[in-house]
Design a protein around this ligand. Sequence first.
Ligand code: 8YV
Length: 323
Amino acid sequence: MTGRPSLYVTRRLPDAVERHLAQHWDVTLSEDDRAPDRATLATAMTRYDALLPTISDRIDAELLGASGRTVRIIANYGAGVDHIDLDAARAAGVVVTNTPDVLTEATAEIAILLMLMASRRAGEGERELRAGAWTGWRPSHLIGQGLSGRTLGLVGFGRIARATAVKARGLGMSILYASRSPAAPEVEAALGATRVDSMLELARRSDVLSLHVPGGEGTHHMVDATLLAAMPRHAILVNTARGSVVDEAALVEALADGRIAAAALDVYEREPAVHPGLLAHPRTVLLPHLGSATIEARTAMGMRVAANLDRFFRGEAPSDRVA
Ligand code: 8YV
């Protein structure tokens, strides 16, 4: 025993982060980089002072309410916390923190990458070439749509949406957004962004519709058959937020019926499972949840977790407390 607070880390983290954590706390690191099973998580909840989970760990009311629980803080590695029952954490008196800001640019880059890949049919082209099926240049080959002059509709207008807006403006796109409350006029002016009254209006007016809302009950299947039907036939859906925001079965139908042109996704309803209809459709671009997967973001996320733990164990309020 070192006398230092103990910390259970569920997955491998960048070396610099693991070293930093080990310098400050009595840390148990992941050896096999597999998400711990429920029994292991339950045991960890009664042995450690702090838990450092990721999106692949479901922390529900039962785990949080378990008798003999010793964990007092769940310092999540990631911004989204829909895998943690925050109400149950509050009820149990367990502090929960996340890692906002530090993955904003990385995730916005993935949103732009997805819209470019879908609009310029990059995935289709790469698959064709690797399959040895490319027969050479021809004027009618894999014709896509340019993004310049098109309208990007942002669903939600938080940090990642705004960073995406900045990059999309650089590509010559104009920006609309829908969100519960309007942004400050100076923010709208700086980003050249205009708020529309409803999600349906946003869907109707956008050439690319990009999702930037948190997961959870409030946004579950926000993109459903009705919304997809409102989108123009040439429109592209981009999702870097959470899979649960999109009704995947409805999306598969909309693509099959040609009601939208393409879908470019980084997140899925049942990760790591991907709907077979999405896998089968040529006009989908499918990434394996890479939003924050840069060395800069993943290192900064770890340091942000460490800063939250540090404040907590000093008896101060962690900066990124979400419960
Ligand atoms: C993270 C994410 O990598 O931060 C988020 O909400 O979706 C990802 O980019 C993941 O959550 C790690 O826990």
